[in-house]
Design a protein around this ligand. Structure first.
Ligand SMILES: Cc1cc2nc3c(=O)[nH]c(=O)nc-3n(C[C@H](O)[C@H](O)[C@H](O)COP(=O)(O)O)c2cc1C
Length: 192
């Protein structure tokens, strides 16, 4: 069944030689060819100011961020790709997410506690890194994904959240990269 899919390339550098850019394009092209409706956002193209404080977090964001919120509301499936930088998402991606989750976008406060507002959507997180994937899981407990997976998307009710951890990006060589690009095309075709 055709889905509405939002692909967010959360890389501050979207030049085509970055692997994240190739992965995003592979997903988008395959999903589009399979009949899904696809929108793509490149973080590098966005102006993402740092959030100034709680008062700002509680007020609506500026128009470019409102447009990102609308794209998320439109989507049935959200794909976020990013490189692991110092064990976490790049600061520019974190800055965008702080802006996007303004004004109770993902969670509504109620007397019974926070209510998730993005239910009915699924997600895939795709993270690339220099270290082998096994080290990411065993030495760091997958920490670089947790804030985004559990602290933001999970709390907002997005489920399931699938993960692709692409380790050793500088070591896997052309064949390793082609394997991951093929995987991204398969995910794109299936809309997962
Ligand atoms: C500022 C910076 C910090 C990085 N920190 C890490 C890190 O903490 N762990 C790691 O495994 N790789 C780290 N790397 C390597 C990147 O994750 C890797 O080069 C990137 O995922 C490759 O994808 P790309 O070609 O799309 O940039 C870092 C790279 C940069 C530029």
């Amino acid at each position: 069944m055709a889905k509405r899919i939002l692909v967010l390339l959360g890389h501050p550098d979207c030049r085509p030689e970055r692997f994240g850019s190739a992965l995003a394009s592979a997903y988008v092209d395959a999903a589009t060819a399979a009949g899904h409706e696809v929108r793509r956002i490149d973080l590098a193209d966005l102006d993402t100011p740092f959030l100034a404080g709680q008062w700002e977090f509680e007020s609506p964001p500026p128009p470019p961020i409102l447009a990102v919120q609308q794209d998320i509301l439109w989507a049935q499936h959200v794909v976020v790709l990013f490189p692991l930088w110092l064990g976490a998402t790049p600061a520019k991606l974190k800055a965008l997410l702080e802006q996007v989750f303004r004004a109770g976008f993902g969670l509504e406060q109620s007397p019974r506690g926070p209510l998730p507002k993005l239910k009915g959507r699924s997600a895939r997180l795709v993270v690339t890194m220099g270290m082998p994937a096994i080290a990411f899981w065993l030495m760091f407990g997958g920490h670089g994904l947790l804030a985004l997976e559990k602290g933001m998307l999970g709390l907002a009710g997005i489920s399931p959240i699938r993960k692709s951890v692409i380790g050793g990006v500088e070591m896997i060589g052309g064949r390793g990269r082609l394997k991951w690009l093929a995987r991204m095309r398969r995910f794109g075709r299936l809309g997962v």
